[in-house]
Design a protein around this ligand. Structure first.
Ligand code: CP
Ligand code: NVA
Length: 347
């Protein structure tokens, strides 16, 4: 059935139906093929459209994907960085939303509160795309499942394990995606976090919505606090940083204590299916080549052997291995973001 998503916002993936999410994934693949065939050069369907991408937190993949996708589609793109506007500081979120709605055709927003995305949707009157909040990362989820699908084919019944900070935005979006695509997801982390995912004040509604989708689409969400058990028969293993953007540096030590037994290492990979893939939304701490991981290595490496090389959520051995598909996953951000912009702004 042809779908028309024109005018819609991707604030939360849960505001879309299973058919609409599948449509966006199919369109992403079409646009990826078209780009690789060079067909995008004589097809600029969004000439004359203007989008703005607003970031309260830094970004490489999301920013670049929006900018390149807009260029490929023929739209102009304005970047506003974390210090580049008075959004929420000297001008209210509501006033900013109304003003941007007068000037632009679409708004990407990366920030802290999901309620800011909701306000942009409500007051701008134009499509708004969530480029990451503390609650969700829906454009990431589309790239995650596009990459997974490219490697395993039909997603239904496949198994993905998220190991680490299972209550964070990326884990939540991965669970939502599993519910849309009929995937069995195992959240592998501390038991206390699993309780938050199932019944925490800002989590329960999402968990319950996913359960409804699992009933309809197949797949499931389950929990493990044993990474080698969780990895059995897995088609994909996924992790994310232990301390997210906007969280304080002082959280690193308690998170290392809490999450060290969930580091993705080669033993975990070897416990999975032979052709398992490793996924990560990136950026990753897999060695000491970042300022943060070098500091962690220096200050906490002796106390916690698991981070003695600077690697945290994934070892460098896994990151450098043939299993790692996170770089092509990052490339898929552009194709999926392009699909979202085109579907919601297209003529
Ligand atoms: N995965 C992701 O959102 O990366 P950036 O923070 O670089 O945008
Ligand atoms: N959970 C991470 C994802 C980064 C893409 C964060 O919010 O910083």
């Amino acid at each position: 059935m042809p779908l028309n998503l024109k005018g819609r916002s991707l604030d939360s993936a849960l505001n879309f139906t299973t058919e609409e999410i599948n449509y966006l994934l199919d369109l992403s693949l079409e646009l990826k093929r078209a780009k690789f065939a060079g067909l995008h050069t004589n097809n600029r369907p969004l000439v004359g459209k203007n989008i703005v991408i607003m970031f309260q937190k830094d970004s490489t993949r999301t920013r670049c994907s929006f900018e390149v996708a807009a260029a490929d589609l023929g739209a102009s793109c304005t970047y506003i960085g974390p210090t580049g506007s008075n959004f929420g500081k000297k001008e209210s979120v509501i006033d900013t939303a109304k003003v941007l709605g007068q000037i632009y055709d679409g708004i990407e927003f990366r920030g802290f509160k999901q309620s800011d995305v909701d306000a942009l949707v409500k007051y701008s009157g134009i499509p708004v795309w969530n480029g990451l909040t503390d609650a969700e990362h829906p454009t990431q989820m589309l790239a995650d499942y596009l990459t997974f699908k490219e490697h395993v084919g039909d997603l239904r019944g496949k198994k993905i394990v998220f190991s680490g900070d299972i209550k964070n935005n990326v884990a939540r979006s991965l669970m939502i995606g599993a519910a849309f695509f009929g995937v069995n997801i195992v959240l592998c982390g501390p038991k206390a976090q699993w309780e938050i995912v199932k019944s925490g004040p800002n989590h329960k509604a999402v968990y319950d919505a996913c359960q409804e989708l699992f009933k309809r689409n197949g797949g499931s969400v389950s929990f493990s606090d044993n990474k080698l058990e969780a990895a059995k028969n897995a088609d994909a293993i996924y992790t994310d940083v232990w301390v997210s953007l906007g969280e304080d540096f002082s959280l690193f030590e308690p998170r290392i204590q809490e999450l060290q037994s969930f580091q993705v290492d080669m033993a975990m990979i070897k416990a999975a299916k032979e052709n398992v893939i490793f996924l990560h939304c990136l950026p990753a701490f897999h060695d000491d080549q970042t300022q943060f991981s070098a500091t962690i290595k220096e200050t906490l490496g002796a106390k916690y052997p698991v981070v003695s090389t600077g690697a945290m959520e994934v070892t460098d051995e896994v990151f450098q291995s043939k299993y790692n598909k996170s770089i092509e996953q990052a490339g898929n951000r552009m194709h999926t973001i392009k699909a979202v912009i085109l579907a919601t702004l297209g003529y």
